[in-house]
Design a binder for this molecule. Sequence first.
Ligand SMILES: Nc1ncnc2c1ncn2[C@@H]1O[C@H](COP(=O)(O)OP(=O)(O)OP(=O)(O)O)[C@@H](O)[C@H]1O
Length: 281
Amino acid sequence: MIRAENLSFSYIHKPFIKSISFEVKRGEIFGFLGPSGAGKSTLQKILTGILPGYGGSAVVNGKEVRNHSNSFYEQIGVDFEFPSFYEKMTARENLDFFGSLYKGPLQPIEGLLESVGLEKDGDKKVSAYSKGMKSRLNFVKAIRHNPDILFLDEPTSGLDPVSSSHMKALIREQRSQGKAIILTTHNMQDATELCDRVAFIVDGEMKAVDTPHHLIMSKGAARVTYSYLDGIEKSASCPLGALSDDSLLAGLIKSNRLLSIHSSEPTLNDIFIEMTGRALQ
Ligand SMILES: Nc1ncnc2c1ncn2[C@@H]1O[C@H](COP(=O)(O)OP(=O)(O)OP(=O)(O)O)[C@@H](O)[C@H]1O
C-alpha cells in the first residue's frame, strides 16, 4: 500500500533524505525509529503529500504522492504529534467540523469517543482537555473517515500507562482491519510491542529494516546473569548458549551458593546503538 523507492529530499541544497526504499503492506505496522532530527517527520511529510519536491518515487495507495489529487486525503489518516483543534469548540464540534472536510462516509462520533474513553467529555471545549485527552481525540479524528492508511507520530506520547496500553490496542485493531500503518516513535518498548517491522533512520538514511525480533536476535545473544556470595555479594554473566562451559556457575550450583539467576536479551535500543552508533533518546 506504500512503496518508497530511492526517496530523497533536501530542505536546502544539501541532500538530507538519501535514497530510502521500503514497502508497507496491508495489515502491517511499520515503525520509523531514529533520534531527534533523523528525518522521520520529513519522511511522513513526503508520504502525506506535504513535501512534493522529493526525488525518487513514493507511491501511496497506487498513486505517486507528488501527483496526488484531493481524494488522496480521503484514503489516509494523519495523527501527528501536536494535535490541531479549535480550542474554543467542543470535541464533538471539532470532529463534526473536520469530518465535514471528507466526502466519504464517516464513523459515528459517539462510538469513536467511547473507544478512547472520552464519551463523557464530548461536549467539553478542547481548551479544557489535558494533553492525553487531546492525543486520544487526535487519534479518533485521524480514523473518523475510515482511511486505508494511517500515519501516526508518537501516538502514545503524553498518555498515562493505562491509556497508552489502550491506545496500542486501538492501533492493533486498525491493523486487524487491514490498514497499513506507519508509526514514528522514540519509544523502543512501543516499537517492539506494536511494529511488525521497523526501520532505523539516522541522518536521513535507513540503516536497517527488519522485524524487531529478527533485529534483536541477529545481533546480540541472550546472556545469563547470576549472583553469589563470596565474602561479599558478587555477580557474573555468560552467554546463554555457553552455560555448560561456565565452571564458576557449575560450582555454585553444586554447592548451592547461587543467590539469583536470570537471562536477559538485548533490547531494540541496544541493537539500535550497536548498529548506528547513536542513542535513540
Ligand atoms: N522546514 C524546514 N526547513 C529546513 N530544515 C528543516 C525543516 N524541517 C525540518 N528541518 C530539518 O530537517 C532535519 C530532520 O527533521 P525531522 O523533523 O524530519 O526529524 P525527526 O526525525 O522527525 O525528529 P524528531 O524526532 O525530533 O521529530 C532536522 O535537522 C530539521 O532541523
